[in-house]
Design a protein around this ligand. Sequence first.
Ligand SMILES: [Zn+2]
Length: 408
Amino acid sequence: MMHILFNLLLVLSFNALADFTVDMPVQVRDGKRLKVELRTLTDLIEKPVPQEHQTFDGKYFKIVHDLSDEAISFNDSEELVFKAATAYYHLSVARKFFKEEVTKNLTLSHLDKKIVIRIDQTKAYSPTNHWKEVDEFNGASNIGPSNLLSTKTWGPEIWFHKAKMVKRKSALSAAANFVDSRDFKNALLGQMLLQDLISFSNDWLIQGSNFGRYDIAGHLMSMVFSVGIVELLPKGIKLLGKIKQRYYLDTVLIPEIIYHEYAHQALAPYLEHRKVTAITEGYPNYFASKISGLNKLGARALKHNIGDRAKSKINKIMYHLDMEFSKSAAFGSFFFGLLNDIEKKLGSQGTKVIVNAIKYLDSRSNIRHDFYDALFKSIDDVAKNRVNSKALKILLNSVMIKRGLVSN
Ligand SMILES: [Zn+2]
């Protein structure tokens, strides 16, 4: 009897620990377009039950539906299985990237622990109760483990919220407040008056001594126009911002969004969950672009993205003080572009310098001082010798000047 029981236990524990792989249709990008293809899911935990009861419970990811704690079953609805397979596959791709490419510079031992992934999550996050009785659609939430003040306990989780067609104010309404600030208006006015002065002096030079023909009235008009347009422009943008847009975003079906969310988890020991700054959002964009090979994130996502602007690593957004500590994820685009410029400028050492700099950053780091400092330290770590270090710092400075972070 004892012998049989022992054998049974042995078989069960063997089965519980065995990993298996399975091929399933998942959403992938073929070059740029989204399409459905077969992919192999690895590291799934085989259950001691028949095949039809297998679930999306793996060594590193457990995929659940909404508020449930049970892994989604292979014989759940076709749509849910497709979403679960897509999430499982791309999370594995992202994990592999971080394990292979990033652990050379950063300590990421937490990536070997299992995390819970919620698909079609309908409720908003609550730091005390895990979630609250408030609906949240169209986006993703990255959350850390529960703390001592929480009434429930949970580990780190990624939530892909259920997509739902809603109407919202256009993204311009957020921009309008910025454009309407006195700071911005003064900067804009300065630029426009400068343009007038330049054309004034050009005319002066071209027309030389023939002063009589100089159209002073025309230039005065132009200057009045400059002042006027600075006041009018923000109002126009504000009006446009009042237009309601249709908005629908199924985050779990867009691979690069899955990479972005996983990057938040991977970088959590350095850049905390749920602290939104240009740096904490810009780095996940950088990694999502590296893993996917895309210059633009969230573009060409068919019916899965209606109304959310794609984020491009190729941009010329200039630094502005408002970008520090702002809660607007939009400033992540500036930082995404900045990282891309630095990487390109530093050539073969660019990626290393950027990734290694993360260990000198946290969620309170600002761009102007802390990030700049982190890059200098990182260059000292990465450079082959002092000459190389100096050269890299000069190249870095040229990018910082171009983006308005340092004056030359
Ligand atoms: Zn994010």
